[in-house]
Write a protein that binds this ligand. Structure first.
Ligand code: PMV
Length: 321
């Protein structure tokens, strides 16, 4: 299928934007490392205002050039190597190199889903550069080769990434599930923007290989997906928040049961979580989710916006109306 992509007369350059997405039912664990095929399905919410803009250009040099923000990264940088490996899938011939200029509205590699928007934007830029005119589902499937969570960044609202059963992964891609509710808010609390020490790829491998709780996690995801989809359709915020928070905590508990243990939370993460739980005890419906990093994402309704800003003045908020 990749061989069918026509790469004959590219444009001079292509610039595309892709939003990031935050999983409410997480993806944690691969059944195929090379194709980023997940052990389970997952479900996310797209954040339209937080994402990546990427310009892709064919250049006359002997290597790919990655410019992140305004900084040119050295060719040996792991991020350059990861992006080059992804581009290798599409290069029409070996000595065909690209300049990739990419700007993120989120810190990178800090568990803030920058790889999701990054690989989605790069896939969209390839599609435009070569005028492939691919549909969203095919783009989603291609972006998955760069980063699993990127396959959910091709739609607004709530998106499901289907696990798929085929060995080539052609059925493992995203699809639109439902529009975001106008009353919903998602807030990003950046506790530490430094890149994480352990990549999610390695952390997933270690969890799948060594955690005795991993099989339980797979069963939990199946239950959470059903409940989450029902909550979204019924617009039941309490169930949505409860399931999202429990799912994130179960993912972290599963990681912590790996050998050696994987811990992304810091004492500050826990202080924020305590604060969220205290507000809930006071009757404010506010929940959180957390990815592979110490940072927290708050889930709440617009009616509690002012309370949330008062307690977390540094929060960056995404609204959906
Ligand atoms: O797509 P990756 O390799 O960046 O992994 C993402 C993993 C989580 O963010 C923790 C969960 C998810 O579903 O996005």
């Amino acid at each position: 299928m990749l061989g069918d992509l026509q790469c004959k007369s590219p444009r001079l350059s292509a610039t595309c934007y892709a939003p990031t997405n935050i999983a409410l039912v997480k993806y944690w664990g691969k059944r195929n490392e090379q194709f980023n095929l997940p052990m389970t399905a997952s479900l996310s919410l797209t954040l339209p205002d937080f994402g990546t803009t990427t310009t892709l250009k064919i250049i006359d040099t002997d290597h790919d050039q990655l410019i992140l923000g305004s900084v040119a990264l050295p060719p040996g940088d792991p991020m350059v190597q990861r992006i080059s490996a992804f581009l290798d899938i599409f290069r029409p011939y070996t000595h065909h190199y690209y300049q990739i200029v990419t700007k993120n509205s989120l810190p990178i590699a800090a568990g803030l889903a920058s790889s999701a928007s990054g690989f989605a934007a790069l896939t969209l830029a390839l599609n435009q550069l070569y005028d492939w005119q691919l549909d969203q589902e095919t783009l989603s499937m291609l972006a998955r080769f760069g980063s699993g969570s990127a396959c959910r960044s091709f739609w607004q609202g709530f998106v499901v990434w289907h696990r798929g059963i085929r060995r080539n992964g052609f059925d493992s891609k995203g699809s639109f599930f439902a529009p975001a509710w106008a009353e919903l808010c998602l807030g990003l609390l950046v506790i530490n923007a430094a890149p994480k020490l352990l990549s999610s790829r390695h952390a997933m491998q270690q969890t799948v290989k060594t955690s005795k709780l991993y099989q339980r996690w797979e069963l939990q995801v199946a239950e959470d997906l059903v409940q989450m989809q029902q909550a979204i359709l019924a617009k039941d915020f309490e169930i949505l928040g409860t399931v999202a928070e429990a799912n994130a905590l179960t993912m972290h508990a599963t990681m912590m049961s790996s050998r050696p243990p994987i811990v992304y939370s810091t004492s500050e993460t826990w202080q924020f979580i305590e604060c969220i739980w205290e507000l809930r005890r006071q009757g404010i419906a506010i929940y959180f989710t957390q990815d592979a990093g110490p940072n927290i994402k708050l889930i709440f309704l617009e009616s509690d916006l002012h309370t949330v800003i008062r307690h977390f003045p540094e929060i960056q908020i995404q609204r959906f109306k």
